[in-house]
Design a binder for this molecule. Structure first.
Ligand code: DGT
Ligand code: CA
Ligand code: CA
Ligand code: ZN
Length: 576
């Protein structure tokens, strides 16, 4: 068979686009299956076609998040280079759904409307339509939406090629694990934006030390994750990985390693401040070491470099070039929350609404991830796209949770909700039913184009409700997708303090709150929770990105309520 060899990246994009077409058509469940599969594939360590050659469909089926019907689709893609189902969709809707719906304010449905009403097929068409003022005239759009779209196009142009951290970190961690096993290797570390846990990543920077650099270089070149070698030197390689990202591996002398790690971790702004500090102390800092005249002061570890500059070691997540160096000089850095220190997850969706799995499957996955409790927070009925729950179904769900809790050992499922905040700031469920829940969480999903003042009032009204415990994804943003609604976060943070409502740090692609608001919130004594927003058993890893976000926002363990054991967590919530 001489089918064109399909890459992982192409498969991922096909699945993503199919999911969007299905969403535009309001199909239930199926879009999630494609999205989850696409997400898993982005962290696969091998080309799918190679995997298939080794062990066929069985191996495809074993990829987490990939079910039987996805396996069949992948098999078709690998063996024929095409997917008939996708080609059909493309024939029916011949427009670039993937690019169009990557623009701020354009969901799959809007993309469909733009195609049907204005014949918009590509980003260029979209730009032209906006310039000709045609989008503003469409029903439900208006001048404001058009302006947002224009800004979105500009944003995409400037941001092209960057990836969400979720789609890069596990891939890079696997590289590190493999390289560490190569004979003679003493250190392998991730540097750059990935180590700083930036939301989006430009490339994968790896640093290493080795007793035998040549062996490490040869081993690296043979990795199945590498698509092509771009540049090669005796201690440096630049490559393109199978996921389309570029990366380099730099092998360094052990004497320089600490200084190199500081340099290549960045950020640029942090490095500049460090160098200025070195100069003010009659020293010189470069990627090769810290120098006093022609003498290199010990630069083997980062700790030593910071120490000789009169600083505490600064966690990579804080290295942004603001006040972290001043605080490190005064020994005032916070004792940051550690990765892996959460005991429960407060936002999960199940197949009662728009999740892919049953409550039991989700609970088992949460437990396997190390959680001791998990709140089930299916959407509420005003959110029809997500098959939101009304009072009756929520009561049925409670009965199922009671049964499961009797069965599960050492784990507790909490009755909860992601209750929609309606347009006027009232809630989508009655007080009677809210009272029966262990945790009441609220969020905004509709009428997101309100002005700032109205939106702020609407949310504060909901936060004032005596039964509300947590406000989910407070700004409504989704990294690489949308900026979120207009809202006065100063006022929301103060309301959270006054009405004893915890704010969520959402670990999914939302990464909402942004670290700036996290720091502001804890400055006001507001408590936070970190959640995965899992819609699938493979999503609990999102918690880790939530912790990264919390660290970037200077949080200690005590700032985050779900670091507590269940009883203490429940006791810390607003009294009903
Ligand atoms: P990215 O790759 O765009 O997500 O962001 P970074 O921060 O990983 O940037 P990258 O890969 O270009 O460089 C890695 C680090 O190396 C960067 O954070 C700081 C350091 N670095 C690279 N070039 C320069 C430079 O020209 N000046 C300074 N001060 N530092 C640099
Ligand atoms: Ca980088
Ligand atoms: Ca780089
Ligand atoms: Zn939500």
């Amino acid at each position: 068979m001489s089918a064109k060899k399909i890459t992982n990246k192409e498969t991922i994009e096909i699945f993503q686009e199919i999911a969007l077409y299905l969403r535009a058509e309001d199909v239930a469940f199926k879009p999630q299956a494609y999205e989850v599969a696409a997400e898993s594939l982005s962290n696969l360590q091998q080309e799918l076609s190679d995997l298939y050659q080794t062990c066929g469909a069985t191996c495809l089926d074993n990829i987490p998040g990939v079910g039987k019907s996805m396996t069949e689709k992948m098999e078709e893609l690998i063996t024929t280079g095409k997917l008939a189902y996708y080609d059909e969709l493309k024939k029916k809707y011949p427009f670039d759904m993937l690019s169009l719906s990557s623009i701020q304010n354009i969901g799959p449905k809007t993309a469909m409307k733009l195609y049907k009403e204005l014949g918009v097929k590509t980003l260029r068409d979209l730009e032209r339509a906006a310039k000709a003022n045609k989008i503003a005239d469409l029903p439900g759009m208006g001048k404001k939406s058009q302006d947002t779209i224009v800004r979105g196009i500009a944003y995409l142009k400037q941001d092209s090629g960057r990836r969400l951290i979720h789609d890069v970190l596990p891939f890079a961690q696997e590289l590190v694990t493999t390289l560490k096993t190569v004979k003679g290797t003493t250190h392998v570390d991730i540097a750059g934006s990935l180590r700083r846990r930036k939301e989006t990543i430009g490339d994968i920077d790896l640093l290493a030390t080795s007793a035998n650099p040549q062996t490490l270089v040869s081993a690296f070149k043979k990795l199945p994750q590498i698509h092509e070698i771009l540049e090669e030197g005796s201690n440096k390689l630049m490559v393109r990985y199978i996921n389309g990202l570029q990366g380099d591996l730099l092998i360094l002398p052990p004497d320089e390693y600490g200084a190199a790690l500081v340099h290549f971790t960045g950020s640029r702004e942090h490095n500049i401040l460090l160098r200025e500090r070195a100069i003010s102390k009659n020293m010189k800092l470069s990627e090769h070491g810290l120098w006093k005249g022609s003498v290199r002061i010990t630069s083997r570890t980062e700790k030593q470099v910071y120490k000789h500059l009169g600083l505490e070691w600064i966690a990579p997540e804080l290295r942004v070039g603001s006040d972290e160096i001043d605080k490190a000089a005064k020994k005032e850095l916070p004792d940051l929350i550690e990765y892996g220190s959460l005991q429960g997850d407060l936002q999960t969706q199940t197949d009662w609404s728009d999740g892919t799995a049953s409550i039991e499957e989700m609970a088992k996955a949460a437990k396997a991830y190390g959680m001791n409790y998990m709140a089930v927070t299916d959407h509420t009925h005003s959110l029809q796209i997500a098959r939101g729950l009304d009072e009756k179904r929520l009561t049925q769900q409670a009965a199922e949770i009671d049964n499961l809790n009797k069965k599960l050992k050492g784990f507790r499922i909490l009755k909860s909700t992601e209750c929609d905040v309606l347009k006027d700031g009232t809630l989508d469920l009655s007080d009677e039913i809210l009272k029966t829940l262990d945790v009441v969480s609220i969020s905004v999903h509709s009428h997101t184009k309100m002005n700032k003042k109205e939106m702020t009032q609407r949310i504060i009204r909901a936060m004032k409700h005596p039964l509300v415990n947590i406000f989910f994804h407070p700004t409504g943003r989704v990294v690489t997708k949308r900026e979120g609604y207009e809202v006065d976060m100063d006022k929301i943070i103060k309301a959270a303090r006054d009405y004893h409502v915890a704010l969520e740090i959402n670990g999914s692609a939302r990464l909402d709150l942004h670290e700036q608001y996290i720091r502001q919130a804890i400055g006001h004594g507001v408590k936070l929770i970190i959640s995965s927003d899992a819609h699938d058993p493979t999503h609990f890893g999102h918690l880790d990105y939530g912790i990264g976000q919390a660290r970037k926002g200077w949080c200690t363990k005590t700032d985050i309520l779900n670091t507590k054991p269940l009883k203490e967590f429940l006791a810390a919530l607003k009294k009903k």
